[in-house]
Design a protein around this ligand. Structure first.
Ligand code: EPU
Length: 423
């Protein structure tokens, strides 16, 4: 278990390149299961979650090789149907192999995901949708046994535009007989990236990026080469870090069009923003103004930037209100921010953030990927040396974060943790 020691108060400046999106790469790797042969996925972040997805694929019999940020998935030997609990407990997104396994082999055995630090994360919408398409499920000792010998198209209405459910249904539908319509589908850029790759593989998908997707099932898929879309959440994290440290950072390979609402909120806080083709420059010269924000599915304010934005607002001028609508308990990190002198009170899914002049350094924990990123941002802007433990959470989603921040002038170093794992 590592910790990060950060000396706050250094203004970040220079340029940093955004990696491929974690939440796209994971699904693209799972989609490789649909085609027999070798699929090549470029711009894949070499983060713990993608390594876990590689283990999931290997467990299913595929071979996975990395060369830099290019991952090669050879499914010639893939015959396995089981995703074990030891992998699903490391990463809930492992459940996304369900769709491709049902499409290709009509059967799957996947461990049920358990608890999560950001609230209950049900998979009922995945299962209801797949049931409409002819799949049957039973539960055996913590495992979901799925069978769909005659997977067929159906009209599926999602109660909520769940990212994972849309992806699982999409990957099942591309190989099902007939037409599937997903109503109230998630519209995230990562879904659009997955649909684009599936189409390259031979699938017939219309409406990706809108609330209604229509999919005509096909019989076979070809292995292809695909490049992962840039990570909008990583771009947003660097943008907030630039603003929080009163820095000036050019974020390269970022897609501003995937961050419209977020960038307008950042501009409302007083940050300077310059969008150029392929990059976004963000700078700030004063403490941020208080800005209210409400998380919603895309194109709303991303829940995956809520903790980082809270860290920025913690040092803001005035009082702001954050509302979290996507996850039920994504405010658990607030107590950690308050240990750094923030003044934040939560009530249900609202948080009232009274900005303080300067956060103070403190030993704190990273509670999940984005909460960890928020603690990093708070520490970069705080007075003194902070220590962030449980860094493995941050490593799940950000590749070489400390090296990239150091290249922007941050003063930080990674060390083995002094603390035993938290209970
Ligand atoms: N939900 C249900 N039933 C379902 C599915 C979802 O009730 O069957 C609820 C969940 O409990 C949650 C909400 O719907 O409250 C949103 O869940 P969604 O399915 O949209 O999220 P996900 O697919 O589990 C992905 C990302 C998350 C990101 C969310 C929302 C991946 C691997 N994860 O999760 O990313 O926050 O979409 O955009 O793609 C992160 O990167 O740190 C992260 C948590």
């Amino acid at each position: 278990m590592d910790r990060l020691l950060i000396t706050g108060g250094r203004r970040l400046s220079g340029a940093v390149r955004v990696n491929g999106a974690k939440n796209s790469a994971l699904k693209l790797m799972a989609a490789a299961l649909l085609a027999e042969g070798t699929t090549i996925i470029e711009n894949t972040p070499r983060i713990v979650d993608c390594l876990t997805m590689a283990e999931v694929l290997e467990h299913l019999g595929a071979s996975v090789a990395w060369e830099g940020s290019t991952v090669t998935v050879d499914t010639s030997g893939a015959r396995g149907l089981e995703t074990p609990y030891e992998l699903v407990r490391k990463m809930r997104a492992s459940i996304v192999v369900l769709g491709p396994l049902l499409a290709r082999w009509g059967r799957a055995r996947v461990a049920m995901p358990g608890g999560c630090n950001i609230g209950s994360r049900y998979i009922d919408l995945h299962l209801k949708g797949l049931e409409r398409m002819g799949a049957e499920f039973s539960y055996e000792h913590g495992y979901l046994e799925a069978s769909a010998p005659d997977l067929h198209g159906a009209v599926v209405w999602l109660d909520f535009p769940s990212v994972g459910a849309t992806e699982n249904l999409l990957m099942a539908a591309v190989g099902a007989a007939g037409t599937t319509v997903i109503e109230n589908a998630a519209r995230e850029p990562e879904i659009q990236d997955l649909a684009a790759m599936l189409v390259e593989m031979g699938a017939r998908v219309d409406g990706a990026g809108t609330t209604t997707m229509e999919i005509q099932g096909v019989d076979a898929f070809r292995p292809i080469r695909h490049r992962v879309v840039p990570d909008r959440i990583e771009a947003g994290t660097f943008a907030i870090a630039a603003a929080a440290t009163l820095g000036d950072v050019r974020i390269e390979d970022a897609r501003a069009e995937h961050l419209d609402l977020f960038l307008s909120k950042l501009a409302d806080s007083g940050a300077g923003i310059e969008v150029e083709p392929g990059s976004i420059r963000v700078w700030a010269s004063d403490r941020p103004l208080a800005v209210d924000f409400v998380t919603l599915p895309y194109p709303g304010f991303p829940t995956d930037l809520q903790p980082q934005m809270m860290a920025l607002m913690a040092g803001g001028r005035g009082t702001s209100i954050a509302t979290e609508n996507v996850f039920e308990s994504r405010f658990m990190f607030v107590d950690e921010l308050n240990r750094m002198g923030a003044d934040i009170r939560t009530e249900g899914h609202h948080a009232v953030i009274r900005g303080v002049e300067r956060l103070q350094s403190a030993p704190v924990r990273a509670l999940d990927i984005r909460a960890g990123a928020a603690m990093v941002i708070a520490a970069l802007s705080a007075d003194g040396i902070s220590e962030i433990s449980d860094l493995h959470h941050v490593d799940r989603g950000y590749e070489n974060l400390e090296e990239r921040l150091a290249s922007l002038g941050a003063e930080l170093r990674r060390e083995p943790s002094l603390w035993p794992a938290a209970v």
